[in-house]
Design a protein around this ligand. Structure first.
Ligand SMILES: *Cc1c(COP(=O)(O)O)cnc(C)c1O
Length: 345
């Protein structure tokens, strides 16, 4: 979900942007008006996340998954090593992709058969490892890691589904990337935040995903996804207006508390993730009687409560409550869940 105010603004500017008689999609990315949009979006993101000056911010095409390949190719020469922490589907997928190109190993892996599901505590990074990759919020599994792993190598984090949802200290990371479609804007765009000292020029990387080249060119080595960049900028402006990341953090914590409270207190439902690592963005739960799944989804949809079916890999239910989801949405869901339980319990 994107903020309705942003969608309305984009709509109003669609065919006549800044009184120019054209859409932002129709201007050159190298002309001043678009360059200003690009610069403002970057400045606003830097402000929202308090990104230090020794980090580059890139706006690239390819979405979140493109970085599963780009990260190892940009940070590792052939023969160099990196380690991956596996806490769910997405960090596993990042590891599998990196393994196709470079020497990567598993630094720790979550055991989903242990209930409640808890994060691995024993993280072992190899001596020669150049970075540790992890995924702070596992979108599919509903597992969130609120503390950074405590290791001596640079952290690389896939923040696709938690960027801008809570405050983080960017200086604790070597590299952060995030596909845009959860908390930033349209799919296909990916934001990469990379510390200067990790940029290399001794590697062979596909040029459009070469961090060093793209940093030199202001992410305009190729034509960037301009409309997505523009929309991301509108979302950043909106975020600043509504109080920034601190306000979002409180808003997201309130939604999550409400929904987990309902799951834990209504006997029909269960969530098997330990409370300390329950995701605020993606809440998963099961109906203890799975034969009620179809009825639950159909009744919810009839009330306008959409997209509650869990990911096909894990089943059950999932509510994704990204920044733009209002508290009223969660309240409506919780009211329905209680009502459904009364009728089917
Ligand atoms: C959605 C998601 C991705 C994949 O993003 P695409 O843009 O579809 O490639 C990767 N990582 C995480 C954590 C995600 O939530």
């Amino acid at each position: 979900m994107l903020p309705p105010a942003v969608m309305q603004r984009a709509q109003s500017e669609m065919i006549d942007w800044q009184g120019r008689g054209v859409s932002v999609m129709e201007v050159s990315h190298r002309d001043k008006p678009f360059m200003a949009v690009a610069a403002k979006a970057e400045a606003d993101l830097r402000e929202l996340m308090a990104i230090p000056n020794n980090y580059k911010v890139l706006f690239l095409a390819g979405g979140g998954r493109s970085q599963f390949t780009a990260v190892p190719l940009n940070l590792l020469k052939e023969g160099e090593q990196a380690d991956y922490l596996i806490t769910g589907q997405w960090s596993k997928a990042a590891y599998e992709e990196a393994k196709r190109f470079r020497d990567v190993a598993i630094a720790g892996e979550i055991d989903m058969s242990q209930k409640p599901i808890s994060l691995p505590t024993d993280i072992k990074v190899r001596d020669g490892a150049k970075y540790l990759h992890y995924c702070p919020n596992e979108t599919v599994d509903g597992i969130e890691m609120f503390e950074e792993p405590n290791v001596a190598v640079p952290l690389v984090a896939d923040m696709s589904s938690c960027i801008l949802s809570r405050q983080i200290d960017v200086s604790k990371y070597g590299l952060i990337y995030a596909g845009a479609q959860k908390n930033i804007g349209p799919s296909g765009l990916v934001v990469v935040i990379v510390r200067d000292d990790l940029l290399r020029d001794d590697l062979v990387v596909p040029c459009i995903w070469d961090y060093t080249k793209q940093a030199e060119q202001g992410s305009m080595l190729n034509t960037p996804p301009t409309y997505s960049w523009y929309l991301a900028g509108l979302v950043f402006e909106w975020l600043k207006e509504v109080g920034g990341v601190a306000a979002m953090e409180a808003h997201n914590a309130a939604k999550a508390e409400l929904l987990y409270g309902a799951i834990d207190s209504i006997g029909l439902y269960q969530n098997l993730v330990a409370p300390s690592c329950r995701s605020r963005m993606n809440v998963v739960w099961q109906l203890k009687d799975e034969s009620l799944n179809e009825a639950f989804l159909a009744e919810a949809e009839a009330l306008g409560l959409m997209a509650l079916k869990g990911h096909r890999f894990v089943g059950g239910m999932r509510a994704s409550m990204y920044n733009a989801m209002p508290l009223e949405g969660t309240q409506a869901l919780v009211t329905f869940m209680a009502d459904f339980a009364k009728r089917h319990g």
